[in-house]
Structure formats: structure tokens, C-alpha cells
Design a binder for this molecule. Structure first.
Ligand SMILES: Nc1ncnc2c1ncn2[C@@H]1O[C@H](COP(=O)(O)OP(=O)(O)O)[C@@H](O)[C@H]1O
Ligand SMILES: [Mg+2]
Length: 135
């Protein structure tokens, strides 16, 4: 299936994260246009942000979409949770910053791996991160 396809997955456990990252890989392979490097970048970012939803956001969802915009094919993943939110996105995105026991490379690293990166967060309400890889 091509552009227009969309599917939403729960993100509560590590197995959920695994399922989402595997689905992103499959969708990209099926398009027969994303290189192995592009797949791996998107899958890695998906993994990091999915884990953030589980670990920091108290669980949430990941919505996968295949897009076509101006003749470009794209794959987008939107991560959403209703967790504590992020007080300072700038600080949280800095390499090495963590409030947990992680490496603090997830947000900054993911941003560098994809073409579009959007984050919106409100303390006490939750966080939404959208990543897109274009061909
Ligand atoms: N979905 C989220 N909800 C709340 N806080 C988050 C979320 N994602 C990231 N954060 C905050 O941003 C920090 C940096 O995230 P990240 O770069 O992935 O590093 P790590 O996960 O290793 O701590 C986290 O430690 C956490 O404080
Ligand atoms: Mg992380």
C-alpha cells in the first residue's frame, strides 16, 4: 500500500516499541525507494522516541503515515503521550541531558536522523513529536 496509508499503535511496553519500529521498516521496504541507510535512520529515531513515550511519557501512541506531497514520497510517525510533558525542550534536546538513567541522546539524535522534526509539549498535559523522512 502507498500514500494515504495510516495506522496507529499503542506504546506501553518495549514490545510495543519493537512492533512500531518493525512496521516502519516494513513500510519503507515496501515502497522500494528508501535506501537501507534511510530506513535505519528512521527506524532508529522511531525506536528512541517510542522509548521516550514508554519511559518518560507514561505510555501513549505512535501513528504511522505514508504521504505524497509535491511528488515526494514520505513516511511520518507521530508520537503522542499524556505524560508530564517537558519543561524546557531546548534543554531536553541537548546531547547528554537526561532526567532518567538514559544517555540523553534520544531527542537530539533523532532530530539529526530525520528530515522534519517537530515537538510540542505542555507541562502536565503531555508531549507530541512528529518525524518525517522524505524521498
Ligand atoms: N515523551 C516525553 N515525556 C516527558 N519527558 C520527555 C519525553 N521525551 C523526552 N523527555 C525528557 O527529555 C529528556 C531527554 O530525552 P532523551 O534525549 O531521549 O534522553 P533519555 O531518554 O536518555 O533521557 C528525558 O530525560 C526526559 O526528561
Ligand atoms: Mg530517550
Amino acid at each position: 500500500m502507498g500514500p494515504g496509508r495510516t495506522e496507529t499503535f499503542p506504546l506501553r511496553t518495549d514490545e510495543d516499541v519493537l512492533r512500531v519500529r518493525q512496521t516502519v521498516r516494513i513500510w519503507m521496504v515496501e515502497q522500494r525507494t528508501f535506501s537501507l541507510v534511510e530506513q535505519t535512520k528512521m527506524v532508529t529515531a522511531t525506536s528512541e522516541l517510542g522509548r521516550n513515550v514508554v519511559v518518560h511519557g507514561g505510555g501513549g501512541t505512535a501513528r504511522l503515515e505514508l504521504l505524497s506531497e509535491g511528488g515526494r514520497l514520505g513516511i511520518r510517525v507521530t508520537f503522542q503521550d499524556q505524560g508530564p510533558g517537558i519543561a524546557s525542550i531546548e534543554q531536553a534536546s541537548r546531547d547528554g541531558f537526561t532526567t532518567g538513567d538514559g544517555l540523553g541522546l534520544g531527542l537530539g539524535g533523532s532530530k539529526r536522523l530525520v528530515d522534519d522534526f517537530e515537538i510540542a509539549s505542555e507541562v502536565g498535559k503531555g508531549t507530541r513529536v512528529t518525524i518525517t523522512k522524505w524521498k
